[in-house]
Design a protein around this ligand. Structure first.
Ligand SMILES: [Zn+2]
Length: 277
């Protein structure tokens, strides 16, 4: 794994082992959106390296990281997390990381620079025992084998959701975009940065709220699938009918984690495809 802009080396041993292992027994390259209730937790696996993008919700009563994400990660063959990327510091995105870290070692935490100094992030780093905290900036790139993760972070808007880490995962014909909880006015950056090349998978922003996943983003991404990471009967009414209609009008298929469970996509020569397709 390699950070392009600052050349921070991460998990190279794991990567080299993965490459050698890959010669004998190729492991699938996967992008999965785990059913963790009302929150986010996605995992990208490639050549023996595992990345989390957000870490499931948790509060004092319920820890979806421990209860839901860990069993799902085990099912996907995860035994360590090389890098946990946190889109922004809301508890429905970071709350479950400590529970996940009790099950698997976590190599590093990556978070947009503007959140890196927050006390809750320092506390989380201690709880998780992650050796490294990596502040991420707009334009950073992370390389994992033949895949590239490109970071877009809107620096202009003050709210935490608007500062969400937005990410494109791309390798060969595979392409997916995740925008955290970014609202429509922050999506412009993702449109400019990632637009033009169709993606197979777009994660609906902010759990499908009506103020995310705008028409312009859908036009720029032309996704085959839009994944909604939502809890059953959540009190916010996510996903909104308005957003579902926008997605359907854009010709994309809908995957809802509250109804269909975890969405697992595997890399193929023609791009990410639902597992088992
Ligand atoms: Zn959220």
């Amino acid at each position: 794994m390699r950070f392009d802009s600052r050349m921070i080396l991460l998990g190279m041993v794991g990567l080299a082992a993965g490459l050698v292992w890959g010669l004998f027994e190729p492991r699938p390259t996967r992008l999965a959106f785990l059913a963790v209730g009302q929150g986010d937790c996605a995992v990208f696996q490639n050549e023996g390296t595992t990345l989390l993008i957000d870490a499931a919700p948790a509060n004092e009563e319920w820890d979806a990281g421990e209860r839901l994400a860990v069993p799902e990660l085990r099912r996907l063959g995860v035994d360590r997390v090389d890098l946990a990327l946190l889109t922004h510091p809301d508890s429905d995105h970071i709350g479950g990381l400590a529970g996940i870290a009790r099950a698997f070692p976590v190599g590093a935490i990556g978070i947009p620079r503007r959140f890196a100094e927050r006390p809750e992030i320092a506390k989380l780093k201690d709880e998780v025992g992650a050796p490294r905290l990596i502040p991420l900036s707009d334009g950073d790139r992370i390389e994992i084998g033949g895949f590239q993760l490109e970071v877009a972070v809107s620096e202009a808007l003050p709210e935490d959701n608007a500062g969400s880490l937005m990410l494109r995962i791309r390798g060969g014909a595979c392409s997916a975009v995740l925008t955290g909880d970014a609202p429509i006015d922050a999506e412009g950056l993702a449109e400019r940065r990632f637009g033009g090349t169709p993606v197979q998978v777009l994660k609906a922003g902010h759990h499908g709220s009506r103020s995310s996943t705008g028409e312009r983003l859908l036009r720029a991404m032309r996704p085959n699938w839009v994944v909604f990471s939502v809890g059953r009967n959540n009190p916010y009414g996510h996903p909104s009918q308005e957003t579902l209609r926008r997605v359907e009008a854009a010709g994309a298929r809908v995957w809802r984690t509250d109804r269909q469970g975890s969405a697992v996509f595997e890399a193929s020569p023609s791009g990410f495809r639902p597992s088992g397709d």
